[in-house]
Design a protein around this ligand. Sequence first.
Ligand code: NAP
Length: 465
Amino acid sequence: MHNETDGNTRTCGLIGHPLGHTLSPKIHNMLAEMTGTNLVYVPFDVQPERIADVLPGAQALNLLGMNVTIPYKNAVIPFLSSIDPLAEKIGAVNTLVREENGKGFRGYNTDMTGLYRSLEQEGIGLAGEAVILLGAGGVARAVACLCAMKGAKHIYLLNRTLEKAKTVADEINAAEGKECVIPMQLEDYPGLPEVPGKYLCIQCTNVGMYPNEKAAVIEDPEFYRHIHTGVDLVYRPLKTKFLKLAEAAGARTFSGLKMLLYQAVEAFELWNHVNISTEQADEVYEAIYGELQAHMNLVLIGFMGSGKTTVSQILAEKLAYHCMDSDADIERQQKMKISQIFADRGETAFRELETESLRKLAEQKPGRIILSAGGGLALKEENRALMRQFGKVIYLKTSPQTVYERVKGDQTRPLLQGDDLIGRIERLEAEREIFYQMAADEVVVTDGKTPEEVADEILTITHLR
Ligand code: NAP
């Protein structure tokens, strides 16, 4: 959180279930800081049986506003004091704004207005366009509404469940008074008519979302030769298989991250009666883009013998990630063993090599890496910042006794040579504990657990499974 809070701080938040990792607090807290707004934004994971309590509770706590995500975009509607006509037309709300008289909340749909603003930003027009929408869920319905209202010429709505596509098409066509939305079974895509100038295709299903990123809702490369622009509303990963296939066929491609940003910008503007400039939005975009990239990587830290190497290999296998070991990397670059670097050049020189190599990684930021970090890396403040810039940092916490059992007899570790091994492990661990805690996003205790169990725990807490 960026802001200072005081007695006048207003609170906004996100309701949904489960929330998992959300970028919304980062976006809104950054916007608050940039605009000098005394506001904090926090996530509220609401259990389904408590949804009726949310709005009265928010009213009692004097919350300024809320965002709403899956599965409550329709469920909150009966509890609103009023609803914006556009949101009513779409049948879903994602933003609640406290009424001027303080009594209740008015519902808006900024998914739709945010998408429109993001398309405009990217120079994608809708008037007169031939559009293919993949999916007929909550978001596809809002997008189909937007396309119809903005004068798209044809809107082919392709869905796995044809009935859903038909219902959405009938409702929008009735509301618009024209037959502009044409429902189709997803697998009938080869029957789409040829159009001059090809199609704009907007991917509105959740297929291809992390961690099932190897899938695209249509896998056939031939389909993509008929589109000039592909927009995927999924933004995790940033480059989905749908976008890769569209790019390979020569189409322009855009992820859903700008839509996420602009639905938040529109909500922030509604709550605070401010205008967010393109420059301000761009600055937030850079930050969330960087965060998405960073969070694709994992960094395992901990004392020697904590299982970093074994656990990172298991995780790499499960996630199809690439393993890196900071010590092995230095040995490879310097063409000599760590013990030799210590003996020839001393520990200080080795620590500088460590920082240098970490800085390169943080700058280049390759994706899908699990970095097993040398035991001493977290001791330097600069390294701690670089590690967090590079990825999510997990501290594998292991007791001195367990470490002793795992490393005794290992002649390759310079810090373990000499008498009273257990005593030295205890002292070193005690010295380093505070630094590991400061560096870590998450802590996993490894005592009494197999490497598989530790890897499973990491997958759960990082929401990577
Ligand atoms: P939803 O209401 O649950 O709809 C899901 C859609 O995906 C349905 O059309 C469903 O088809 C289809 N689908 C799911 N699995 C499929 C499969 N294996 N094969 C073919 N089709 C499949 O979800 P939603 O709220 O519309 O959200 C859809 C996506 O939009 C999500 O990935 C979400 O992250 C993204 N989104 C992005 C933003 C943003 O700001 N960028 C905002 C909101 C949502 P059936 O009808 O046949 O089940």
